[in-house]
Every structure is written in structure tokens, then in C-alpha cells.
Design a protein around this ligand. Structure first.
Ligand SMILES: [Zn+2]
Length: 123
């Protein structure tokens, strides 16, 4: 491995550590065995929208650039979009349960409409 490749590998390793570090600290808050303090709840109220926005940003990068092709060059839906979709819809996941409950509530209120929110290209 030449020095450029080694440097690139180190940079990717640091990037991966940084990304996982952010997720680990966020997960740690959710997994605290002690009761949440008001500060913990405030942090959770801030971090949940930040994580949602992070996922929306991923979708901004992985859009169907041309019919059947993602911006990343893979066939649409690409592995990234498919992985997020599978995780959000996983049986027993809280995100899926929230989605189903929200749909049922909209039907109950007579406002059953599909989610049509556009993921803007600018945050
Ligand atoms: Zn993609």
C-alpha cells in the first residue's frame, strides 16, 4: 500500500470513528438505565429531530437522478436507500409503529393522505 492509500485509509478510519462516536453517544443517552433527567429529555428532544434531518440529508444525496438510477450511480433504489427503508420498516421497530399509528390517526380524523413531503434540496 503506497503512502497516499495509507493516508486515505487512516482518514476513512477516523471518519468512521467520528460517525460511530456520534451515534454511540446518542444511543448511550437512550439506553441509560437510570431515569432520565429533565436535561436528558431536553437533549432527546433536540437529538431526535437532528437524526431525522440527518436521514433526510442522506435521501437528498441518494435521489433518483434519472429514472432507475440513484445519484450515487447505483440502480434506484440504491443500497443506502434500501437499507434505511428496511430499517425504518423493520417488524417491531418503533419508527414503523409510530408510522402505522400516525396513519391510523389520520384515517380516524378523515385526513388520510399519503406522505407527500418533498425533501428539499436545501435544508
Ligand atoms: Zn444512492
Amino acid at each position: 500500500m503506497d503512502s497516499t492509500a495509507l493516508t486515505r485509509a487512516d482518514a476513512f478510519h477516523l471518519l468512521r470513528q467520528d460517525l460511530y462516536g456520534h451515534l454511540d453517544e446518542t444511543e448511550y443517552l437512550a439506553m441509560k438505565t437510570a431515569g432520565w433527567t429533565e436535561t436528558d429529555a431536553d437533549i432527546a428532544r433536540d437529538v431526535i429531530p437532528e437524526l431525522v434531518e440527518t436521514i433526510r440529508q442522506v435521501f437528498r444525496v441518494h435521489t433518483e437522478a434519472q429514472p432507475g438510477t440513484c445519484d450515487c450511480g447505483e440502480p434506484w433504489p440504491c443500497r443506502t436507500v434500501s437499507a434505511v427503508h428496511a430499517r425504518l420498516n423493520a417488524t417491531g421497530s418503533t419508527t414503523h409503529a409510530l408510522y402505522v399509528a400516525g396513519e391510523q390517526e389520520r384515517v380516524r380524523l378523515g385526513r388520510a393522505q399519503p406522505h407527500t413531503a418533498v425533501i428539499a434540496s436545501d435544508p
